[in-house]
Every structure is written in structure tokens, then in C-alpha cells.
Design a protein around this ligand. Structure first.
Ligand SMILES: *Cc1c(COP(=O)(O)O)cnc(C)c1O
Length: 397
């Protein structure tokens, strides 16, 4: 090695080189915008558009490809693209799949910001957004302009489980791409690429890695998983030209958390089931919403492909109509272990309040009147969480 005399150069070119390979529990972390080519031959021979070749930081490093492969594997797919947030992953699908004058179908209980994004596309590009009832496959009536249907199992906030089987079959018959927001199931509750006794598969899964994979309530990321190579390349191209990229540090953090995601998921499921059993007995609630409950909308569809021991940590309650907004706010403000905030999947239990009247497009006869509170159950002891809710309910007496 040539020795350089100038300190300015020495500051940049360190004498110690990392060994080619040492074995550690966690894979080495790469941070890169520039990726150095060994020679011009290497530069001209690279195949970055086939994915998993190295070219530039935005296209990926061993750190991002490691996590991408891991997510693809967990979800039962083949290819995975990472995005800086779950919503960004959703937008990637919408931008890659939808063109002018296309029709897109969304479940009435879809993740709200996805609908907002689609409405924005509707205004600007003449895309038609149609809403269907996830528990009634008959309400999904694709025309020949239909390109995409968004599914979510279970749906946001009200947690109805969709008739996945019939919706996917109907979409396939009509040549409509199926995209599932898989954040709730996290790839653990069911395999979206091979579900039901008929081995049905969606085309695309999107996962807010911000939730269970991160598990810390501190890192944002999203993924788009597919099985079909042509579809992957279509998404990959948009991913590349939009400059969608993620930080190596964030990626490594999520990779590290994946090791115990299944343990956390199971524990949060158990905690949620314990809290849920107690909530069911409380007189203040008109309805407790969780797909495992036989009286919950979509329970039969949930039962077809999921099991109780993997049903996530989300539980919602609808207060009886005599509890007004002031009462619900008082309740939320008096919770101590449950913190008021969006998102879920972290160690700390969270609570959020919603007014259903402003959230749904269709008439939902299965939902009772009242204000809704969603609990995101964390990793605290379930009895302490119950005590916390009980104390806050006492404020309403
Ligand atoms: C949180 C969430 C998202 C969005 O993820 P962000 O990383 O917060 O953008 C998408 N879908 C569902 C179902 C979610 O819960």
C-alpha cells in the first residue's frame, strides 16, 4: 500500500481494512450512496436491473437485500422491495400499477391514508376509486377498467376480516391484481401467497415494517413482496426511478428485531386475548371488536385461514352511545400504561380514539352507534393493562 503524506488524505483512507469475512451473529452493516466498482469491466458488466446486483446506494446494499430476502421469505413470496415507510410502500404499488382512467377497488376498512392517496390520484389522473364491503364479496363488481383491488386482513380500526377467498377468486377471474396490506398478519398469522384449502394467492403484499418487524415504535419502513418476476420488475422500475431508498442503519435495526418478532407477536396476541376477555364483560361497551370473537364481522372468514394463537395485539371497543366525546377523552386521558398515539407493534401499549361516522363510506349495519377506542396491546403484563383500563373507566362513573 502506498503511504500518503498529507493528513487530509490520511483522514479519509484508513490503514486498517475490514477482513473479507468474519462471522458475527448480526450481518455486517453497509451504509452506501457510492458503491465502488473494482474496474471499468465491473462497472459495465453489472446487472442492477435484475435486482440484487450492486450499483448505487438507492438500489440496495447487502444490508438491505438481506432484510428484503428475509421479509420475502417470511411472507411466502419471492421478491421484496423496501420503502421508507409502510405508506410509501403502498404508494409504490399504486404508482406502478395504476394508469390514467383505471379503476381501483378498496375495502371500506382499508388503512385510511391509502384511500387518501387514491383519492388524490382520482382527482389528478381520472382514476376511479370504488369502495367494497370486505365481508360481502358480492359488493366487489369490477368493470373491464379495473386494475387493482386492495385487501386488508383484518381491516384497519374496526378489524373486520375480509372474505379473502371469494374476493381473490373474483379478482383472478376478472384479471384484477390483488394487493394485500399484510401488516396485521405480519406474515405470521397466515400465508398470503398460499392460503385456504384451495392454495389461493394474492399478487402483492405490502407490510408496514414499522409495526411488528421493527417492534420498537421507533423505526419507519415498508415492504412490497411479490412472487411473479414480471410484476416485480414493474415495481422495481418505479422504485428505481422514484429514488425510493432506505437507511442502512434502520434496515439493520429491523433485521435485528426480526429474530424475536414471532415471540413478540405471540405474546401480544396472548395479552390481547386476556384483555379482550375482560373487556367483553364490561357494561360500558356496546361492542368489542376482534376477529377471533364469534360475533365479530368476518369471523367465519378469519376462521378459515387463521388461528386464535396468532391474532395480533389489536382490540377495538365501541362505547355505548351515552358516552360522548368528552367522556371518551376523559377515559383516554386517564389511562397511564396505555399511551395516546398512532401505530402499534412496539413494547408500549397504545390507545387511539376514532369517530366511526367520519371514517366509513358504506352503511355498516354490523357496527353499533358510539365512539370507538382502539387498544394496541404491548408487552406489559396483561393484568396491569386491565387494571389501567379499569381505573380509567371508573372516571366515567
Ligand atoms: C401503519 C400502517 C401502515 C403505514 O405504515 P407507516 O410505516 O406508518 O407509513 C399501512 N398499513 C397499515 C395497516 C398500518 O397499520
Amino acid at each position: 500500500m502506498t503511504t500518503h503524506k498529507n493528513r487530509q488524505t490520511l483522514l479519509i483512507h484508513a490503514p486498517r481494512q475490514a477482513p473479507q469475512y468474519i462471522e458475527t451473529i448480526q450481518p455486517p452493516l453497509f451504509r452506501a450512496s457510492t458503491i465502488i466498482f473494482k474496474s471499468t469491466a465491473h462497472l459495465f458488466d453489472r446487472h442492477w436491473t435484475d435486482a440484487y446486483d450492486y450499483s448505487y446506494g438507492t438500489h440496495g446494499t447487502p444490508t438491505t437485500f438481506t432484510l428484503a430476502d428475509n421479509i420475502a421469505q417470511i411472507e411466502g413470496g419471492r421478491y421484496c422491495l423496501l420503502a421508507p415507510s409502510g405508506l410509501s410502500a403502498i404508494n409504490l404499488v399504486n404508482s406502478a400499477v395504476l394508469s390514467k382512467d383505471d379503476e381501483v377497488w378498496v375495502a371500506d376498512n382499508i388503512y385510511g391514508p391509502n384511500l387518501e392517496h387514491l383519492k388524490n390520484l382520482q382527482e389528478r389522473y381520472g382514476i376511479t376509486v370504488r369502495i367494497y364491503n370486505p365481508i360481502d364479496a358480492g359488493s366487489f363488481q369490477p368493470t373491464e377498467k379495473a386494475k387493482l383491488i386492495w385487501l386488508e386482513a383484518a381491516g384497519s380500526v374496526t378489524l373486520e376480516f375480509p372474505d379473502l377467498k371469494n374476493l381473490v377468486k373474483k379478482a383472478q377471474q376478472a384479471n384484477v391484481l390483488t394487493a394485500l396490506d399484510n401488516t396485521w398478519g405480519a406474515g405470521l398469522a397466515f400465508n398470503a401467497f398460499d392460503f385456504s384449502d384451495e392454495h389461493l394467492s394474492v399478487d402483492i403484499t405490502v407490510h408496514a415494517l414499522t409495526k411488528y418487524p421493527s417492534g420498537g415504535g421507533d423505526i419507519l419502513m415498508g415492504s412490497v413482496v411479490t412472487r411473479d418476476q414480471a410484476l416485480h420488475h414493474k415495481l422495481f422500475r418505479i422504485h428505481a426511478i422514484q429514488g425510493i431508498s432506505i437507511s442502512g442503519d434502520d434496515t439493520a435495526q429491523i433485521q435485528r428485531s426480526l429474530a424475536h418478532m414471532s415471540l413478540r407477536y405471540d405474546q401480544q396476541t396472548q395479552n390481547a386475548l386476556t384483555v379482550l376477555t375482560w373487556l367483553k364483560q364490561q357494561p360500558q361497551f356496546a361492542q368489542v371488536l376482534h376477529p377471533s370473537l364469534p360475533d365479530s364481522a368476518g369471523h367465519v372468514f378469519w376462521k378459515e385461514i387463521c388461528t386464535t394463537d396468532k391474532s395480533a395485539g389489536l382490540v377495538s371497543v365501541i362505547f355505548k352511545p351515552e358516552y360522548d366525546l368528552a367522556a371518551i377523552r376523559k377515559f383516554c386521558d386517564h389511562l397511564q400504561l396505555f399511551k395516546l398515539g398512532f401505530s402499534w407493534g412496539g413494547p408500549v401499549s397504545l390507545v387511539m380514539l376514532y369517530d366511526l361516522k367520519t371514517m366509513r363510506s358504506l352503511k355498516n349495519t354490523h357496527l353499533q352507534q358510539g365512539l370507538l377506542v382502539r387498544f394496541c396491546i404491548g408487552l406489559e403484563h396483561a393484568q396491569d393493562l386491565i387494571q389501567d383500563i379499569q381505573n380509567a373507566l371508573k372516571q366515567l362513573e
